[in-house]
Design a binder for this molecule. Structure first.
Ligand SMILES: Cc1cc2nc3c(=O)[nH]c(=O)nc-3n(C[C@H](O)[C@H](O)[C@H](O)COP(=O)(O)O)c2cc1C
Length: 191
């Protein structure tokens, strides 16, 4: 089983990456082949809305997203990790999401289904500094639609409130164990 972790924070070794690493460790301990991509280190232009993808499902912008399309389609499990920036995901992560309009076009306009018969699942993990009830609402909607567009089911989430300074997540009583357990569940649970 291939598990792909998408690290959407621009801060390396911060709260999001620490949490994601624990999820990936749980998945690896359960026998999966894991890979992590650092979005801020890739060249991913925002979508330009020229709709070249409507012709054949391919995006006209030739940057690091091209290789990522293949990874996104090959993965059995995708963990999308981003901190909350202004009640949404980071702009780096959002550029990646928007570029998946090409995969949406393949599936929903052109009827090209590249993962027929495979159960593909997605997990959203996120952190934010504040503690409001609706802190993650906007991002959850974005992620639900993202996973639907790429042919995966939004299946799990791990959302941690009240973490701000770099590495502060390590002081949260259960976050890291919860992350490891999520990685295990992602691989071991059938449906
Ligand atoms: C530009 C920016 C916008 C932010 N917006 C929010 C916000 O709307 N709500 C919130 O609770 N925290 C917000 N934060 C705080 C981050 O979510 C928080 O520091 C988080 O732990 C950062 O995770 P990281 O270490 O993985 O980058 C914001 C931080 C930045 C830099």
């Amino acid at each position: 089983m291939k598990v792909l972790g998408i690290m959407g924070s621009p801060r390396r070794k911060g709260n999001t990456e620490i949490l994601l690493d624990w999820v990936l460790a749980g998945a690896e301990a359960s026998g999966a082949q894991v890979e992590k991509v650092i979005v801020s280190e890739l060249r991913i232009s925002p979508c330009r809305e020229i709709y070249a993808c409507l012709k054949d499902g391919n995006c006209a912008i030739k940057d690091d997203m091209q290789a990522l399309y293949t990874k996104l389609l090959e993965a059995d499990r995708i963990i999308f990790a981003s901190p909350i920036f202004f009640y949404g995901i980071t702009s780096q992560a959002k550029a990646l999401v928007d570029r998946c309009q090409a995969l949406w076009a393949r599936r929903h306009v052109l009827g090209i289904i590249q993962d027929k018969g495979r159960v593909r699942k997605g997990a959203f993990i996120s952190v934010g500094a504040t503690k409001g009830k609706r802190l993650f609402d906007g991002s959850i909607l974005t992620l639900k639609y993202f996973f639907e567009a790429i042919g995966a089911k939004y299946s799990y989430e791990l959302l941690v409130r009240g973490v701000d300074n770099k590495g502060e997540i390590q002081q949260q009583p259960t976050a890291l164990q919860d992350a490891f357990a999520l990685g295990q569940k992602l691989v071991l649970e059938d449906s």
